[in-house]
Design a protein around this ligand. Structure first.
Ligand code: FAD
Length: 392
């Protein structure tokens, strides 16, 4: 194997789904993933799938287990000032909802499909460089099983995440980047405990933000806002549960269930966009092109929408020879990317407490939350962004 139509770098959700969609469209491709299969399948990340992501996974043939095991959520709860307010998605979005189904499971489903009926997927194939992005035949240089190899491609798609190598194939000055780093991180835990609530809870509190989420009916996924540079070892299990309980506290009789914590990790938060998402015959998709803070649950969903647009473009090229959709790829995706960037920024800055924040700014946050509770229009705006974005 030394030539393919589309060389895909990275076997995360973006690369795996792109390979699936291309395979279904009869476009040949190869996926090169630097890690081993077990590592990729265990990596804890996202857990919320938008309606359009679920629709795409079903259409691609990867929806069977998702339909069996995924948990449908019709809303989220916001908490602030010891009050709780539910946002109902279907009534505010014309029927759209979200699914709780972990990224690890999406990745497992896509890998299983690819291994039984799909394009070549090479694990432990680390890409070192992409050469000739501005030529008709870009070349991927990679190391597989200790041997240096090359793959000639008609097109290369970088699905290699924020720290990948594909962006560096583009000369300095061609792409613009836009970035914001936040002055806080998340301490995320997995715990063997049933959810304390049927839906996600986003809590604004004077002690900082907290999120109650879940992976299944027996595994909880919860997050606490912590200062940047926090060492998870400084947080005992008891301290974590006490802090979560304090931040979620309301005047109602709700109680946080506690259980054994099986994993703790600190996640920094960043917004980042690369423009354009294409240069010559090299294209970027997913986290390789843009990052959002996880508060809006948009990262995985954006990766999915990028590769849907891209797969359509490659299918059009194959069927008609037209590059029209490929040429429009970057502009098409960036419209949705910037919407998601704004929503993620809005959710993050409305719900977290900046260490430099004044009491004036705290009042603005609670005024915004009051507005969402009081105005169906404000609630619909939130629900539409959270559950309702469609893929152009
Ligand atoms: C804690 C957390 C919670 C999140 N929650 C949500 C959520 O609820 N909803 C949501 O939509 N998003 C969420 N996200 C974001 C989401 O996980 C990412 O946006 C998503 O993983 C992006 O997929 P990707 O395929 O673009 O990139 P990645 O998942 O980063 O995959 C990139 C792949 O490329 C491989 N790679 C890197 N370099 C090379 C190389 N040189 N050669 C070969 N392969 C390489 C990597 O090993 C990796 O497998 C969350 C993220 C985190 C960290």
């Amino acid at each position: 194997m030394d030539h393919t139509t589309v060389g895909i770098i990275g076997g995360g959700p973006a690369g795996l789904l792109l390979a699936r969609l291309l395979h279904n469209a009869g476009v040949d491709c190869v996926v090169l993933e630097s890690r081993d299969r077990t590592y990729v399948e265990q990596r804890q990340r996202a857990g919320i799938l938008e309606q359009s992501t679920v629709d795409v996974l079903r259409e691609s043939g990867a929806g069977e287990r998702l339909d069996r095991e995924g948990m449908v959520h019709d809303g989220i709860e916001l908490r602030w000032d010891r009050q709780a307010h539910r946002i109902d998605f279907p009534s505010l979005t014309g029927g759209r909802r979200v699914w709780v189904y972990a990224q690890t499971e999406v990745v497992k489903d896509l890998i299983a499909l690819q291994m039984t009926d799909g394009a070549p997927l090479l694990f432990e194939a680390r890409v070192n460089a992409v050469v000739g992005a501005d030529t008709d035949r870009p070349v991927i240089h990679y190391t597989h099983q200790g041997r240096d190899k090359t793959l000639d491609c008609d097109y290369v798609v970088g699905c290699d995440g924020f720290h990948g190598v594909t962006r560096s194939a583009v000369p300095d000055g061609v792409m613009r980047t836009f970035e914001r780093v936040y002055p806080y991180s998340w301490l995320g835990i997995l715990a063997d405990v049933p959810p304390s609530c049927d839906e996600l809870i986003y809590a604004h509190s004077p002690r900082g933000f907290a999120l109650h989420s879940m992976r299944s009916t027996t595994v909880g996924r919860l997050y606490l806002q912590v200062p940047n540079g926090t060492d998870p070892a400084d947080w005992s299990d008891e301290r974590i549960w006490d802090e979560l309980a304090a931040r979620f506290a309301t005047d109602g009789d709700w109680r946080l269930e506690r259980g054994p914590i099986t994993s703790k990790a600190v996640l920094p938060m960043r917004s980042f966009v690369t423009e354009p998402m294409r240069w010559g015959r090299v294209l970027l998709a997913g986290d390789a092109a843009h990052i959002v803070p996880p508060t809006g649950a948009k990262g995985l969903n954006l990766a999915v929408s990028d590769v849907v647009v891209l797969a359509r473009a490659f299918a059009r090229l194959k069927d008609s020879g037209s590059t029209e959709l490929l040429d429009a790829y970057s502009d098409t995706c960036l419209r949705r990317v910037w919407r998601a960037e704004h929503f993620s920024y809005f959710m993050t800055t409305t719900l977290h407490t900046d260490p430099e924040q004044s009491t004036f700014e705290t009042r603005l946050q609670t005024s915004q939350l009051d507005r969402i509770a009081a105005s169906p229009h404000a609630a619909a705006e939130l629900a539409g962004n959270y559950a309702g974005l469609t893929i152009e």
